[in-house]
Design a protein around this ligand. Structure first.
Ligand code: E4P
Length: 214
């Protein structure tokens, strides 16, 4: 399973990338705005740190505008993947970008039908959003299972990025479901390696060692 970091914070990316656990990065306009820095500069910096794909999202709502933006974004670095919203115009753009050899991440996927169409249009990645489905009381995990089955049934090359991950159980649940990738907020990531009993165990070992030395 691959881990992407869902952040535009360069310091966080450097910290977690140093553990050898980061296979890529996803950003969106909200995450970029949060950093208060120049979009192009941030994406280029991240693309230089991480070997894997770095998603940068278009703002246009029409296919023509998305394609123009995508051509520009794809020039920022070899590992830039263009994030396209899951709309009719987005599907049109995805189809054209596939022909141009530009990789896409179709985002804001909330149903199996949307995921199937995006894969068929030629998306490199699709991003089903778990947390936002949970927010409206819908079973988000079943979407991952259904998409996985659909991708397997037809041998689509499209990879599933489980997105809008909010807690540790989401990560483990999508791992069990066989999602190719989980994109994890950098604030959540440290919780994956931490456990209070690990900390308590270290404290006890050190205490016992000190007592033995005296
Ligand atoms: C995915 O690519 C998105 O950037 C992200 O996962 C959205 O998460 P949110 O619903 O917590 O904003």
């Amino acid at each position: 399973m691959k881990f992407f970091l869902d952040t535009a914070n360069v310091a966080d990316i450097k910290r977690i990338n140093a553990l050898g656990l980061v296979d890529g990065v996803t950003t969106n306009p909200t995450l970029i705005a949060k950093e208060g820095r120049d979009f192009e500069q941030v994406i280029k910096e991240i693309a230089g740190i991480v070997d894997g794909p770095v998603s940068a999202e278009v703002i246009s709502l029409d296919a023509e505008g998305m394609i123009e933006e995508a051509k520009n974004l794809a020039q920022w670095a070899d590992n830039v993947v263009v994030k396209i919203p899951m709309t009719e115009e987005g599907l049109k753009a995805t189809h054209e970008l596939k022909k141009l050899g530009i990789k896409t991440n179709v985002t804001l996927v909330f149903s199996a039908a949307q995921g199937l169409l995006a894969a068929k249009a030629g998306a490199t990645y699709i991003s089903p959003f778990l947390g936002r489905l949970d927010d409206i009381g819908t079973d988000s995990l079943s979407l991952i299972y259904r998409l996985q089955t659909i991708m397997d049934n037809y041998d689509f090359d499209t990879e599933i990025i489980a997105a809008s991950i909010r807690h540790m159980d989401h990560v483990i649940d999508v791992a069990e479901a066989g999602a190719d990738i989980a994109t994890i907020p950098s604030s959540l990531f440290p919780k994956l390696w931490s456990h209070p009993l690990t900390d308590a165990g270290i404290d006890l070992f050190l205490k016992d060692w000190e007592a033995f030395k005296q």
